[in-house]
Design a protein around this ligand. Sequence first.
Ligand code: C2E
Ligand code: MG
Ligand code: MG
Ligand code: MG
Length: 292
Amino acid sequence: QVKAEGRNHYHFYTEALNERLSERLKLQNEMRRALKNNEFFLEYQPQYCLKNGRICGIEALVRWRHQERGILYPGKFIPLAEENGLILPLGEWVLRSACTQNKLWQDLGYPPVSIAVNLSPRQFRQKDLIGKITRILDDTGLEPHWLELEITESLSMEDVELSSEILRKMKSMGIRLSIDDFGTGFSSLSYLSRFSLDTLKIDRSFISSLSEYADKQAIVLTIIQLAKNLGLKVIAEGVESPDQLDFLSKKDCDVVQGFLLAKPIPVGDIRPYFAFELKDLILKDFMKPAAI
Ligand code: C2E
Ligand code: MG
Ligand code: MG
Ligand code: MG
């Protein structure tokens, strides 16, 4: 009796495990197909300068238009792509598409913005990353200072020597560099002066509870101060409420990004966001409940 039950449990366990494995395998194969079939696409989330209220940057965020499962967000496939190496071709596609798009906007006469592209650890460690980026910039004709690469703290700490070498090269090309999700990586602060960075992006976990918790306010204030003292630009991500915006603008944050102003937007709908200013976007948001 007991034995049989034990076996059933074991059976159940392996079945669940197998299911997970084959699910991953399936997704992995589908990802290969998706790259060939152009199932990936980018959405663009605007960033606004607090000083003048105008757009100053746009972050490119990848999505997958899956044939059966609808639109998948990066949390569903980026970690897997990172594990199986498909992040390399995918990441290169993202970078090329984002640069092409930004150059197109400039050629159309839109106000120039920097395009922010996320770089995952494996991409960062690949051979000839610099060569690849150089080629993409040459091919697309985008000037390097309109490209901002986002890396994470953990990535930069894996091999400090190598990382600072690569970052130094990027910097000398004129590319902008930012640390994404800043404050979540628990890494040594010494890299901030060793690496040639331009921007700190305060992680959205600190922004989300800004109004409720005094300690969150203290952390955000400290990060803003730290950035100022190091001569870095500071961006707050995940800004969702007017209170948060108000706090950030009073405390001298440089740039804001978040659902309050704009969600990530399909390329066809983005044009008006180049003309919107912060005040328009906030007004628009206040009017939403009334309109419903
Ligand atoms: P991230 O780089 O920190 O990007 C910001 C994420 O926060 C995006 O999620 C964005 O949609 C979301 N977000 C922006 N404003 C708000 C807000 O006000 N409230 C809330 N709740 N969320 C907000 P998304 O698009 O799902 O991307 C998640 C992560 O996936 C990104 O975090 C980035 O680490 C990664 N990722 C996205 N695209 C790429 C890519 O092309 N390459 C690589 N390597 N990673 C990517
Ligand atoms: Mg990012
Ligand atoms: Mg982030
Ligand atoms: Mg992130």
